[in-house]
Design a protein around this ligand. Structure first.
Ligand code: 1HN
Length: 355
């Protein structure tokens, strides 16, 4: 009988084995199983806030140095400090701030990533989706479904600024990112502004309409309507302890999320309301429209985030937080919850992990 190998022998044999199989593109799972299959997600992205006051000044400077007609889009990507070089706001979502000046055009293209816009400042600018012009007002939420032609123009005064969120990290992950450029600046055959809102967004559908085509057939969800809904509901609604009064933007033909991969919501927190601690695997990008307050991270060293209208802040997956509204706040948010739910990955935890 041979003697049991000495520990340094087995160590040497293992290392030799690892080096040898590595040359054949093989990696022993036991070396990385525990890194991969953690009890909870290990998240690299960090909570972060971009103050709109500072952002606005910075993006306006770009007006003098680049034209969207040449640059395709004049956008500053909001890069998460925990994801250096990745160009992403969270591991799964890209977010950027786009500027259009009066008279400018951003050329027409389409791509497989789904895009959404949330308007911060605008008077007279539009985004056209499949030829339908959506004139933008602050607080409007606009969907650009995958592979729809889209271009932007500005017929009004003053700078127009909006937040873009795209699921491009997902199309990259699946190696399914395609882009096509329209031969002209804008797509011809313009349709009537608000056509899709009237056709699909009034609790009626054209006879024969095929439901559930992936994304909402309504491109524009004007803030005026969103605000009215919240205003009418707020005084007689029970507030959710973790969310206040929170409404989801939906595809009216299915009742599901307005986009297949990105969930979007508007929530109202009354003055003085503090949400209960909450965390979700859906990394989320927030943009308050009205109000001011603080996002706190109980039990973590992460500094609190102070928010004011149009600031943009990110709360990563599985980060426990609560929001304390100093003044009545309406807050837009976009997350990857829609994708995670379809893939049966989404989780949430209400209340503190300690409790
Ligand atoms: C895009 O098409 C737009 O259409 C904005 O305004 C931002 C970021 C990455 C890829 C495509 C737009 C984008 C984008």
């Amino acid at each position: 009988m041979s003697a049991k190998p000495r520990p340094d022998d087995i160590e040497a044999r293992r290392n030799e084995y690892y080096a040898r199989v590595g040359e054949d593109q093989l990696v022993p799972l036991w070396l990385f199983f525990k890194d991969w299959f953690t009890l909870e997600p290990h998240v690299q992205s960090l909570p972060h806030v971009w103050s709109y006051e500072a952002l606005r000044e910075t993006i306006l400077e770009a007006a003098a140095i680049v034209d969207p007609a040449d640059a395709e889009r004049r956008v500053l990507a909001l890069e998460n400090p925990g994801l250096p070089g990745r160009r992403l706001a969270t591991e799964s979502l890209y977010a950027g701030l786009q500027l259009m000046m009066p008279g400018e055009l951003a050329p027409c293209h389409r791509h497989t990533p789904t895009a959404m816009r949330f308007v911060l400042e605008s008077d007279g600018a539009y985004t056209a989706v499949n030829g339908e012009r959506c004139y933008m007002k602050p607080g409007d939420f606009i969907v650009t479904p995958a592979w729809t032609w889209h271009d932007h123009g500005h017929e009004g005064d003053g700078p127009t600024v909006w937040l873009d969120v795209l699921d491009v990290a997902m199309t990259h992950l699946f190696n399914a990112t395609f882009t096509e450029h329209y031969p002209d600046d804008s797509r011809p055959e313009p349709t009537e502004p608000l056509d899709t809102l009237h056709r699909y967004g009034m609790n009626m559908l054209p006879v024969g309409y095929e439901r559930g085509q992936g994304a909402s057939p309504i491109f524009s969800y004007p803030y005026e309507r969103t605000r009215e809904v919240i205003e009418r509901l707020k005084d007689h609604s029970e507030l959710d302890a973790c969310h206040g009064l929170k409404m989801e933007y939906v595809d009216p033909t299915t009742g599901g999320p307005a986009m297949p991969t990105i969930s979007a919501h508007m929530q109202l927190l009354p003055a003085g309301f503090t949400t209960e601690s909450y965390r979700t695997t859906a990394g989320t990008i927030y943009c308050p429209v009205e109000g001011a307050g603080t996002v706190e991270f109980p039990g973590a060293e992460t500094p609190a985030i102070e928010y004011r209208p149009w600031d943009i802040f990110v709360i990563p997956s599985w980060q426990e937080f609560r929001i304390a509204a100093d003044t009545e706040s309406t807050i837009f948010s976009a997350s990857d919850q829609a994708a995670q739910e379809k893939l049966r990955m989404w989780r949430e935890q209400r209340g503190s992990k300690g409790s």
